[in-house]
Design a protein around this ligand. Structure first.
Ligand code: XMP
Length: 508
């Protein structure tokens, strides 16, 4: 088993960032909520995160005493540092005001935790309480102008505390500090790479699945594709993939995705079920009822198909780390609501299978790096995200065959133009939306009364927030001309200049 750093989450907004920074040092890190029972096998160091709570609160979240015993290497950040200080009898007091923003370190000693970090190094602070006085169990390592204790070492132990956040970009030498802790003080090997992930994961999958069978639904997107290729490396054709054409995919996407999967040697069945989805959407105009109809039909189609495969034991899924963290985080994630519908009676059979999630430990960019190391082509790995309900939520109002045809043609012109002008990789996601209104136009000598389409492109890192992309006017002009001239039924194109929040990326 490789070296691991365990990050214990007390609900800080920065916990994921700590994990990222350590993985960027090629050391594997894993987050657990503070109340979880830890598996310390292979753990070389423990980081206690910050928290919105105060150690002075009566019901403050507790650090598991196991972490502070048995000679573990521990770094407390903010709340973590205050907790250890308080626990060891130092003085922690409310600061009166919340200290937030930049500060500079003063009086840095020659401690190995601060190797290579210069005096005045800028750090990022975000705390309500302060450690005001240490006792003789501690060695002071650094202060700032406004706080006496910015960093300390618990003498005779491999336990350290820092008041600032080394994981954020504004802490100029934060990565150096984390490296000093992880590599020098914990002794971790910097050997965690996409290749090593592939090797360990494939070996684990082989052991877990043995000679059993796995069924998996593919979406054509990055996560499910990389997950399927990893599973295929482990168990070959005992992985049965299903790709459903819900009639709401992009133009020619079904054929091109099936071809890509065949090129990757995946054992994939394509199911054309467009009519079933369009039937289920008949008469529906409200966005959530459309989503529900699409979701329910998908489950029926997938279940029918999965039943054709004999003796399936496992369901493969492309879940990635941010989804997992959301559902286990100390502050509680949306897991309760996400899971509630699974409790409804009459679950389809495939939902009763054991679940295998080979990407459960990876962030999105790491999924791409693993995909690259597996030999998956860039045009799959750099695909924009595409929602499960597809064009169904980009055709506002009722969905019909004719509207799907119009939007597929518009979308095809838009996306291929973005690629042609090398703008596709510059934006995080791009979409065309068919609006439920007609407007007057004139073509040749004739008055027209036809559809309006909106184009949208956004920059984002995770879809949670997004800015509208400032695509060049010449580009928008060319795309608009091409759409109106070539797509029958459209006589007006508009560009969406709203950011998220307060708008969302999709219109429904
Ligand atoms: P919104 O519209 O909420 O979208 O700003 C954020 C990201 O999520 C995608 N999205 C969905 N993906 N099923 C999905 O699989 C859905 O129902 C769905 N709704 C939105 C959206 O494309 C964007 O990337």
């Amino acid at each position: 088993m490789e070296d691991r750093i365990l990050i214990v989450d007390f609900g800080s907004q920065y916990t994921q960032l700590i994990a990222r920074r350590i993985r960027e040092l090629n050391v594997y890190s894993e987050i657990i909520p503070y109340h979880a029972e830890p598996d310390l096998n292979g753990v070389k160091g423990i980081i206690l995160s910050g928290s919105p709570h105060s150690v002075l609160e009566k019901n403050a979240p507790k650090v598991n005493p196991v972490f502070l015993e048995n000679n573990h290497s521990v770094l407390g950040i903010c709340y973590g540092a205050q907790y250890i200080a308080n626990d060891q009898g130092a003085k922690v007091l409310p600061s009166g005001h919340r200290e937030y923003g930049r500060a500079n370190l003063k009086g840095i000693t020659s401690h190995p935790l601060f190797k290579g970090i210069p005096e005045n190094s800028q750090v990022w602070m975000s705390h309500g309480d302060s450690i005001t006085e240490l006792n003789d169990k501690f060695e002071l390592i650094a202060s700032t102008n406004s706080i006496p204790v910015a960093a300390y070492h618990v003498q005779g132990k491999n336990i350290y505390g820092i008041q600032f956040h080394p994981e954020v970009y504004h802490s100029t030498d934060g990565v150096q500090l984390l490296k000093n802790f992880v590599v020098d003080l914990c002794g971790c090997d910097q050997s965690w790479t996409p290749q090593s992930y592939i090797e360990t994961t494939v070996a684990e999958l082989k052991e877990k699945i043995g000679d059993q069978q796995v069924v998996m639904g593919l979406s054509g997107g990055v996560d499910s594709t990389v997950a399927a290729v990893l599973l295929h490396e482990a168990i070959g054709d005992r992985l049965h993939c299903i790709f459903v054409d819900n009639g709401l995919l992009r133009k020619n996407e079904f054929e091109s995705v099936i071809k890509q999967y065949e090129d990757l040697d995946l054992n994939v069945t394509g199911v054309r079920a467009g009519d079933r989805f369009l039937d289920a959407l008949k008469g529906k105009t409200e966005p959530e009822s459309k989503r529900k109809a699409i979701g329910a039909t998908f489950i029926q189609v997938f279940d029918d198909e999965a039943h054709r495969i004999k003796n399936v034991d496992w369901l493969g899924q492309g879940t990635i780390y941010p989804d997992v963290i959301e559902s286990v985080s100390a502050s509680g994630g949306p897991s309760a609501t996400i899971k509630s519908h699974h409790n409804v009676g009459g679950l389809p059979d495939f939902m009763k299978l054991n679940v295998v999630e080979p990407l459960k430990w990876l962030f999105k960019d790491e999924v791409r790096r693993v995909g690259k190391a597996l030999g998956i082509k860039d045009d799959i790995l750099s695909r924009h995200p595409f929602p499960g309900p597809g064009l169904g939520i980009r055709i506002l109002g009722e969905v019909t065959h004719e509207k799907v045809r119009i939007l597929q043609d518009v979308d095809d012109i838009y996306i291929s133009s973005l690629k042609k002008h090398k703008l596709y990789d510059e934006v995080w996601q791009a979409a065309a939306i068919l609006l439920p209104i007609q407007s007057v136009g004139v073509m040749g000598d004739e008055r027209t009364y036809e559809n309006v389409v909106a184009l949208r492109a956004v920059g984002s890192t995770d879809g949670m927030t997004a800015d509208w992309s400032h695509l060049p006017y010449e580009f928008l002009s060319e795309v608009s001309n091409n759409i109106i001239n070539r797509v029958k039924g459209v006589n007006r194109v508009v560009y969406d200049i709203s950011s998220k929040p307060p708008s969302t990326i999709e219109w429904e």
